[in-house]
Design a protein around this ligand. Sequence first.
Ligand code: KG4
Ligand code: ZN
Length: 337
Amino acid sequence: MVILGIESSCDETAAALCKNGKIISSIFRSQEIHQQYGGVVPEIASREHDSNINYIVHRALEEGESTFKDIHSIAVTYGPGLFGALLVGLNYAKGLAIGLQIPFMGVNHLEGHLYASIISYPDLQYPYICLLVTGGHTQIWEVKNAGDYILHATTVDDAAGEAFDKGARILGLAYPGGPEIEKVAENGDPFSFPFTMPYIKSHPLNFSFSGLKTAILYKIRDMDTNEKKINIANIAASYQKVIIDTLLDRLKKVIHKTGISRVSITGGVAANRFFRKKADIFMRNYNAQIYFPPLEYCTDNAAMIAMAGYQRLKAGYKSPLYLEPNPNLALDDVIVT
Ligand code: KG4
Ligand code: ZN
């Protein structure tokens, strides 16, 4: 069974092939045009997707040594994301499904992230915990089965990736801030500028990262240029530490609550090497099994969409042709037939 996965929810046009549960190709093109505007411009994103999608799908077929005739079904992101961007991928998928007379499956982008680890660890068994850490989301899910997920924790304000990005901006570092802070922090002492771990008394499992940017601002506001230069590595290392410690603290609590110790950590922040090192220690301390996807599947990609589609199709789901893009799609309102 070959599934074509398509992803176009933001500024990556991506396509991948999943053959009998194995990813045999994964192609993406990032839209660099947005850099000059300092953020993604929705209308430009849609036009770029429109120009690229056919080429990207053909590249994915080529890399997977397949043709359109080999495809059994299509999995496509239909939310959350930018409406116009989603529309391009979804309409392309629908047109192809009609032309090839095959079923298609609308996939929630976040659901794709939940399956990113299974690509490299096909033996990862249900139920497992997924700590999803991107620029827009910081959530802990229990993945019980295909289409059956429980949300245990979420952020009440900024996402962890956003905390990295905002912290980096305050330190005068480039965007995206995560990799920049990681680089600078390598030469710093994570214990030198202790930050208080954010904690919400009424919802002890949830995250709150918005206070940290004020905290970092306070640490550097009275420093002159020279002091900032001397201290930047130590501040970055301490700031990175408190974000990662917070993520692992809530993870520990969810493991304790559910009794499930198989964990997937995914999303852009999962690329952080300090995080991976700390997770390794965590794993030994709490007797958990932690799975990180390779870097290419941490950030947005179509392989995870194809894999989510595979899991759903195996469970007998498919989507109706009237399916529309949903920019605010939640994980529990996937429309299926
Ligand atoms: O999952 P992602 O690529 O895109 C979405 O937000 O959907 O995540 C991007 C986020 C950005 O906030 C970026 O700063 C963060 O992931 N990030 C990192 C690292 N690489 C990317 N954060 C910490 N360390 C990194 N190495
Ligand atoms: Zn994403």
